[in-house]
Design a protein around this ligand. Structure first.
Ligand SMILES: *Cc1c(COP(=O)(O)O)cnc(C)c1O
Length: 433
């Protein structure tokens, strides 16, 4: 009985899937932070190169992936889809549990799927340097790698609590050639204002975004900004995950009843789920999709669906999304990649249309699930990914209860090799809900 479903390199997708083509109604436009009018492509020019702006507004269903990007994807794509048979046996469940494993990428998560094309389009546009923020360091290390491949400088504002908790992620970014600052920093107006208000501030993703945006806009000589989640083009780049998974489920002669992903900004969940939802939106097979978020940062389950800024200082456009408010500072849980006040507009709209469910789970229950998974499947999940593992296990246990054999596919968005302190804290009973 096969455990892994692998595809050859020539099955790496050659197009990304753009769900905007298939949504029942257009997304609410982003608004300019000053005028509150719908933004135009020109408004985004200080931040992004023309091709990425065009992708942000694109409404055609398929967008070609450049050959130079596919050549880099070849280093780890197609990623494996694995049937978690040992976990199934341990849970004694009739459910069939599959996971799509993105931890095989060079930085250990799904984030290079978009970092690579973002760096490529910037390089093509003559940009010399990218600025960005990072929470746990997954995005920062992915962009640092992509910048190194395409010969760009990379400057990363890392949320201070993670800068202190995760020194090895910073070391990884520096190894890939990036410069890393703890945020809030003294280098930007937003950072200085935050430090003046609270000298001991441990930062937030929203604030680090403000700093990185400011650093790009103020730079002399061609710096732009890159975002690792939330935006339409970022979610679109991640659809390589679900397109591969569709083919791999065919190899497994199965089709998921339930799709599960941890949702911070929504990109890995979108990457897995959108290609399946495409079939559903076009009248094909339907699938239950569950977004999992931390109970301490419950933007989809408890946030309001309204216009809000993407960052703390109000420098970014406003997007209609599920949000806890741009000044919300989530508690410093270990799943740093899920500590974002907002949610991708695409994911927010799918939730509003009842095409997607959301569930919030406390972190200790997630680490318990992560440990169970590691002991059976041999992979230590990233703290973010343990949220998906938790709900996959819960759904499998529900099948055991009801005696139904459902097919569950979840996104194992990354490994936790740089997060072992979080596991140590879990074993020492130091984690709080
Ligand atoms: C960043 C990250 C997430 C959360 O971000 P999304 O945009 O919601 O995918 C989840 N898992 C891992 C491993 C991450 O690095």
């Amino acid at each position: 009985m096969a455990a892994k479903f692998l595809l050859p390199e020539d099955r790496i997708p050659t197009t990304w899937y753009n769900v905007l083509a298939d949504l029942p109604k257009p997304l609410a436009p982003m608004l300019h932070p000053g005028t509150r009018e719908p933004i135009t492509p020109a408004d985004l020019e200080p931040l992004f190169p023309a091709e990425l702006i065009a992708q942000e507004f694109a409404t055609r269903a398929e967008v070609d992936i450049p050959g130079a990007v596919i050549d880099v994807y070849r280093q780890w794509r197609p990623s494996p889809l694995v049937r978690a048979r040992r976990l199934e046996r341990a849970l004694d469940t009739p459910a069939r549990i599959y996971f799509k494993y993105e931890g095989v990428s060079p930085s250990g998560s799904h984030k290079p799927n978009t970092a690579i094309p973002q760096a490529y389009y910037n390089q093509q546009a003559g940009v010399r340097k990218l600025t960005t923020e990072t929470g746990a360091g997954q995005w920062g290390s992915s962009l640092a790698l992509a910048c190194s491949y395409f010969g760009l400088e990379c400057e990363v504002y890392m949320v201070k609590v993670s800068y202190q908790q995760k020194p090895y992620r910073r070391a990884l970014m520096e190894t890939f050639g990036a410069t890393v600052h703890a945020s809030p920093s003294e280098l930007t107006e937003s950072g200085r204002a935050a430090l003046a208000a609270d000298p001991l501030s441990t930062g937030s993703l929203g604030l680090a975004i403000s700093e990185a945006v400011e650093a790009a806009v103020r730079s002399e000589g061609g710096a732009k900004y890159a975002l690792g989640s939330v935006l339409n083009h970022v979610l679109m780049h991640q659809t390589v995950i679900g397109q591969e998974a569709l083919l791999q489920m065919e190899l497994a002669e199965d089709y998921p009843d339930i799709l599960i992903g941890a949702a911070g900004g929504g990109s890995n969940l979108a990457g897995l789920a959108l290609p399946f939802l495409r079939d559903q939106l076009r009248g094909g097979r339907s699938v239950r999709t569950i977004a999992v978020e931390p109970a301490s940062c419950p933007s989809l389950t408890e946030g309001r669906y309204e216009y809000d800024f993407g960052d703390t200082a109000g420098l970014t456009p406003l997007a209609k999304m599920h949000t806890l408010g741009h000044d919300f500072v989530p508690p410093s849980i270990h799943a740093g990649g899920l500590r974002y006040h907002g949610m991708a507009p695409v994911i927010s709209e799918l939730k509003d249309l009842d095409l997607l469910e959301a569930r919030a789970v406390p972190q200790t229950a997630c680490f318990e699930a992560g440990v169970t998974f590691a002991r059976n499947e041999g992979i230590v999940p990233a703290p973010e990914s343990t949220h998906a593992v938790r709900v996959a296990i819960d759904e499998a246990l529900a099948c055991k209860e009801s005696g139904e054999s459902r097919s569950i596919l979840f996104s194992l968005s990354g490994h936790g090799h740089f997060d072992m302190q979080a596991y140590l804290d879990h074993f020492a009973g130091k984690l709080q809900d």
